[in-house]
Design a protein around this ligand. Structure first.
Ligand SMILES: [Zn+2]
Length: 354
């Protein structure tokens, strides 16, 4: 028995040796790729990059940009923040194509809000990936990519509002809020981007509670308005008649739970140094937000399939086109707003360097 075990062990050792001798991908490339430096502890990076209760796994600053791109395959304390949103994109697209097959989709005026919801979701997911993957390069890069991340959040909020308004609202709700909803959603989307950028620009680590207030109040107000057609529908319509309502309920539950993990550094607060790679509250926040987006896609597709024939008749082509054109306008406004604190921050960092 023991001889057999020893023989198997030696086979595994030999296989490992052979694997090491196999050519690497870099051997076939016509150029050489830099290798990312090993990760370091919190005391070896500037305080801007240190996260509460995360003691190690930091990527050193000022490496070649390619090292941060390649750190996608390195084990560090941002790995799962990157991968959670990176993988959510293909899953979202797969669900989109599955729904196109089963429920049908035609690119026309009635379907534009649904397409913009998908675009807004991919925008926030991939701006978040860029922020978590590349922010460690320098303080300037950290601010630049996180300001862009906030632009993504604002655009996503507006993308959700379009879907909720055109496919999921009830006549009684439209009589109350009606035409003010989309301008209000655009304004609060922009305000949440502004609040998050201001908080990032204004406060330094260790962050005071006011920072979260600046982030959460405008984002919370935007959410209350954006979700109001869904909340009204969930409270007034029988769930058994509408296949989308359980998915809408799930998207609200996921979002509210994600807000808890975004606001509080749990569970790492109770296990400092033990969640440096996996188990951080921010990773749980990313997963719940991705699940929220997937539930929204399922719900909005069901609503779209049920109401697509009446959308143009109900809202009019002009309102649909106006709403869709306002989407890139909001994107440009948010980018311009984010550039203001970025410009001030660049100046401050430049004078600090000199
Ligand atoms: Zn994040």
């Amino acid at each position: 028995m023991s001889t057999e075990v020893l023989q198997r062990l030696s086979t595994i050792t030999l296989s490992t040796k052979h694997l090491r001798r196999l050519p690497h991908l870099s051997d076939f490339l016509p150029f050489s790729l830099p290798s990312p430096s090993p990760t370091v502890t919190a005391s070896h990076v500037p305080s801007l990059f240190r996260e509460p209760y995360i003691l190690s796994g930091y990527r050193p600053v000022q490496q070649d940009w390619r090292c941060y791109l390649l750190s996608l395959f390195q084990k560090h304390n941002e790995s799962l923040n990157v991968w959670t949103h990176l993988l959510a994109g293909p899953v979202l697209l797969l669900r989109w194509w599955a729904n196109v097959d089963t429920l049908g989709y035609t690119l026309d005026t009635a379907s534009l809000p649904l397409l913009l919801f998908l675009v807004s979701s991919l925008t926030y997911l991939y701006l978040s990936v860029a922020a978590h993957l590349l922010q460690s390069h320098s303080e300037r890069a950290h601010y630049f990519f996180f300001f862009l991340d906030y632009v993504g959040v604002a655009v996503y909020q507006y993308g959700c509002s379009l879907g909720h308004y055109f496919y999921a609202s009830e006549p009684a709700w439209r009589e109350c809020v009606g035409v003010m909803f989309l301008p209000g959603a655009a304004f609060f989307g922009w305000l949440s981007c502004t609040g998050c950028c201001y908080a990032k620009f204004r406060y330094r680590r260790p962050y005071p509670p006011q920072r979260k207030v600046c982030q959460l109040i405008p984002t919370g107000l935007a959410y209350v308005l954006d979700i109001s057609p869904i909340a009204h529908r969930l409270l007034t319509v029988s769930w058994s008649q509408e296949p989308s309502l359980p998915f809408h309920a799930l998207q609200i539950a996921c979002f509210l739970l994600s807000a808890v993990f975004f606001s509080c550094p749990i569970p790492e607060r109770f296990f400092p140094g033990h969640c440096d790679f996996a188990g951080q509250g921010h990773q749980i926040f990313h997963m719940l937000l991705s699940l929220c987006t997937l539930s929204q896609l399922e719900a909005l597709f069901q609503d779209y399939a049920q109401r697509r024939d009446t959308v143009v008749e109900l809202f009019g082509e002009w309102q649909l086109w106006w709403a869709c054109v306002s989407f890139p306008v909001l994107l440009v406004c948010c980018i311009l707003t984010a550039l203001i604190p970025m410009k001030h921050m660049s100046k401050a960092l430049q004078s600090k360097d000199e």
